[in-house]
Ligand binder design. Structure first.
Ligand SMILES: Cc1cc2nc3c(=O)[nH]c(=O)nc-3n(C[C@H](O)[C@H](O)[C@H](O)COP(=O)(O)O)c2cc1C
Ligand code: SF4
Length: 559
């Protein structure tokens, strides 16, 4: 069935995109979940109303409950541990009715806390007076400021942009050398995807290149939903051409003529700046037909998301663009064989694409001199507001984590007991372990953590770990696509167990450690994707390293 839906969506294509129609239908009132809108979308898509209802009712910004909401308070992990949101919510109730205040998960203002969205603009950490101006006059300073640093001898991802002509000039030589030559460079570079899994780039690209097909796509995963991460946001807003160049190179390599950037709605500035950069490229003749007279045609299109963390998972993202309910798809087939509209597709993370300029200008071998043997190249790390110098830092893979925390980040502003690196599915690293880790995939994995996308959230000593565990279960329950039981049910049961134990009603409500272990093991082993399968890792880390703090919530000894 969903294959037929993909085919129907393909007929509408990207210009007349079904998902964009859904987003537009919800723009005026805050919801597309009305009988009229659902029916109109279904007619356009040539499907039944149930199909379009199934899709629109999934998204935070399209579902019925979103109607009439005027302001959205961030409830992501970084704002949670910053302890800013209760007061913010209280302050907002002076300007809005309770039912006009909604929630939003992570605006990428983790460096400041106190984040909210109003009238399509993001704000963070405003004073009460500034908040009043925003709420009453609809205006205020929505610009985003944070430290940007680099510990490489020569910045790569954070390098100054020299202008379109100079930046894109290396493409001409690349196109003249041909795809086989680039494949050698990609292999030499040993670049691995930055979206979390660390999959080798050359393998993915070559796989798509080898699949026959007249229509192929390049998709940029710009749905950076991990609270604590504003890495992709930085690149899209401050180095947009690094991302676009990477996508053009991918298109030329694999034989695709269209690239799509799926950018989360929580990043309105990214949507705007990337769209402007695309327009500039068109003007410069670097998109469209016969780029650099190479015979290569390529165009780029932006699709704005609608508030769903799971759309960062690549197959859910593709289903979303097709206007289907964004449920995770079983692999194989992998997107390189059956991706967008079931056509061969390369899906890469924003930061992954941003590495291509360095690879094609330096050559793969020189690029790989930065980083470690197995984790090559630079890595961006984002630090939350509990650091003295919160911000975005470029380091070589393999850099001691201690250097990032204490030198670049300046240490912590408040006493901190642990950091969560890599989003809600990343490990919880007790501060005692920071000195043992380096910023690369292997170091984190070998120590029982996960580098992931490398956003960092610091958990203060004063923040109860049991509350953090409940937050993780709740996040997973809220964001689960619902396709598989272990995640859909397990996350909710886990949240309930913890909530009951926290309510302190007596011994009967304490958690059985064996039950908790069973629940986490089941989720880890049997979930279809790394949402349900990944959240047990940080919870197990917390149970292991914060045993004494957590023991009172359990009815027998924690192992
Ligand atoms: C629950 C979940 C959320 C994800 N969120 C993102 C995301 O926000 N951005 C991203 O690039 N990859 C995300 N991923 C990973 C993607 O599925 C995919 O592996 C990635 O886009 C591939 O790009 P890369 O090879 O460049 O890393 C997520 C995966 C899961 C399971
Ligand atoms: S683990 Fe969760 S998010 Fe992933 S497929 Fe299963 S239900 Fe969906």
């Amino acid at each position: 069935m969903s294959k037929n839906l993909s085919a129907l969506s393909f007929r509408k294509g990207l210009e007349n995109n079904v998902f964009t129609r859904m987003v537009e239908a919800g723009a005026a009132t805050g919801t597309a979940e009305t009988p009229e809108a659902v029916h109109e979308i279904a007619e356009h898509h040539l499907v039944g109303d149930a199909i379009s209802l199934g899709a629109v009712s999934f998204y935070d910004f399209l579902k019925k409950g979103n109607a009439g909401k005027k302001v959205f308070v961030c409830n992501g992990s970084a704002c949670l541990v910053a302890g800013t949101q209760k007061k913010l919510h209280g302050d907002l109730t002076k300007h809005f009715k309770k039912e006009e205040i909604g929630h939003i998960c992570c605006l990428g203002r983790c460096h400041q806390g106190g984040a909210f969205q109003h009238d399509g603009k993001n704000y963070s950490g405003p004073s009460e007076a500034a908040l009043k101006t925003v709420c009453e006059n609809g205006e205020g300073d929505s610009s985003d400021h944070y430290a940007v640093g680099c510990s490489l001898p020569q910045p790569m991802l954070t390098a100054e942009f020299p202008g379109i002509e100079k930046y894109y000039a290396p493409l001409q030589a690349l196109f003249a050398k041909g795809q086989d030559a680039l494949l050698v460079e990609l292999k030499d570079s040993k670049l691995r995807g930055r979206g979390g899994a660390g999959f080798p780039l050359h393998f993915k690209w070559q796989s798509c290149r080898e699949v026959p097909g007249a229509v192929k796509y390049i998709v940029c995963n710009a749905d950076e939903g991990d609270p604590g991460a504003y890495i992709d946001k930085y690149l899209m807003e401050q180095r947009p051409h690094s991302v676009l160049l990477g996508m053009i190179v991918a298109g030329w390599f694999a034989g695709a003529t269209t690239g799509v950037l799926y950018i989360r709605a929580e990043y309105p500035d990214s949507v705007r700046i990337i769209s402007e950069a695309i327009a500039d490229l068109k003007k410069a003749g670097l998109l469209g037909k016969n780029i650099f007279e190479s015979g290569f045609d390529f165009d780029l299109k932006v699709i704005k998301g609608a508030g769903a963390y799971i759309c960062g998972e690549e197959t859910a993202l593709l289903a979303s663009i097709e206007g289907q309910r964004p449920e995770v798809r079983v692999r194989p087939p992998f997107p390189t064989v059956e991706g967008l509209f079931r056509k061969p597709t390369i899906v890469n993370n924003v930061e992954t694409f941003a590495n291509l300029h360095s690879i094609i200008t330096l050559g793969g071998k020189t690029y790989a001199r930065t980083g470690t043997e197995q984790s090559s190249g630079p890595k961006l790390v984002s630090l939350d507001s509990n650091f003295k110098k919160p911000g975005l830092y470029e380091v070589a893979m393999g850099t001691p984590l201690e250097k990032v925390v204490n030198e670049l980040g300046g240490g912590f502003r408040v006493p901190v007991k642990a950091i969560q690196v890599g989003g809600p599915l990343g490990g919880i690293v007790p501060v005692s372990k920071i000195s043992e880790l380096t910023v690369d995939f292997e170091s984190f994995k070998n120590a029982g953590f996960l580098l992931g996308h490398a956003g960092v959230v610091s958990i203060p000593e004063s923040f109860p770990m049991i509350e953090y565990i409940e937050h993780l279960f709740q996040f997973t329950a809220d964001e689960s696509c619902g396709k598989c039981f272990p995640c859909r049910l397990g996350s909710t049961r886990g949240q309930e167990l913890v909530a009951k134990a926290r309510s302190g009603k007596g011994n009967g409500d304490r958690i059985d450690p064996e039950l908790m272990t069973d629940l986490l093991d089941t989720m880890e082993i049997t979930s279809l994707c790394a949402l349900g399968g990944g959240v047990p890792l940080p919870i197990k880390n917390a149970l292991k390293y914060f045993k004494d703090e957590l023991q009172p919530y359990f009815n027998s000894n924690l192992a």
